[in-house]
Ligand binder design. Sequence first.
Ligand code: PAF
Length: 295
Amino acid sequence: MSRPVAAPPGLQVVWTRAELAAVRAGWSGSVAVVMTMGALHDGHAALLRAAAHRADHVIVTVFVNPLQFGPTEDFDRYPRTIDDDLEICRQAGVGAVFAPSRAEIYPDGEPMVRLDPGPLGGILEGASRPGFFHGVLTVVLKLLQITRPDLAFFGEKDYQQLTLVRRMVRDLDLPVEIVGVPTVREPDGLARSSRNRYLSAPQRQVALGLSAALRAGAAHASGGGAFDEVLSAARLAFDRAAGGDAELDYLVLTDPQLGPPVAGAGRLLIAARVGGTRLIDNMPVELTGSRAEGP
Ligand code: PAF
């Protein structure tokens, strides 16, 4: 992580666990953490504001975690924008930014012991990105240990990640409350993501296929559509909007915990590759009426 030109006034920027512990020792009241890989955008700003609303102090972690990138993924080109990130943090009322180096987080190199995400970690994102959730949960657990928050805020945009973090906290009795924050979208529906900046203007149009699919599926669900009708409507909307220029990875309907869908609350999730960029999105759906049956 490159160091900022200058930390904005009023914001404490720390690089080591010891510095963070010293900042933390001077605080009383509740502490929230928002974990990020930097390249902050409006979606992160919503997380920061939600955290500042609930807690007396907010810590933002900025760490591009090598453990969650596959060998052919974008670790090296992942956007690093620390000066802009700090300004967004300052505006949202964040107390401290912890931006550790790789050696600070993994002093012995890659950890020998990693969190096993279990069966939920092998589906959807986990099926396409082997080892991804091992890396995510390992660093999330480490950052929880280092920051010792009362609350931790995660975006619903990464819904499988949020679900797995909640599950880890419950299964391992971690003393923290996990708060999910709804996805922030561009006016045309595109979910905000640090990876949107990889998209050219035509690719950005194609990328609208993801949110179009989710909106169509959600509308069919609330109109009483059955499981397969919801998915067909979503698929049709995706094909129309993406025009064959995106490669669909998955489009699935699940219950809110990513299990098989039943009548009532559900989740529609999609992933597709647009050019070299893999995009994900999801939306809550309400499966209404007797026609809302699973497969
Ligand atoms: O969602 C992210 O940005 C990352 O997966 C997280 C939670 C910061 C862990 O590296």
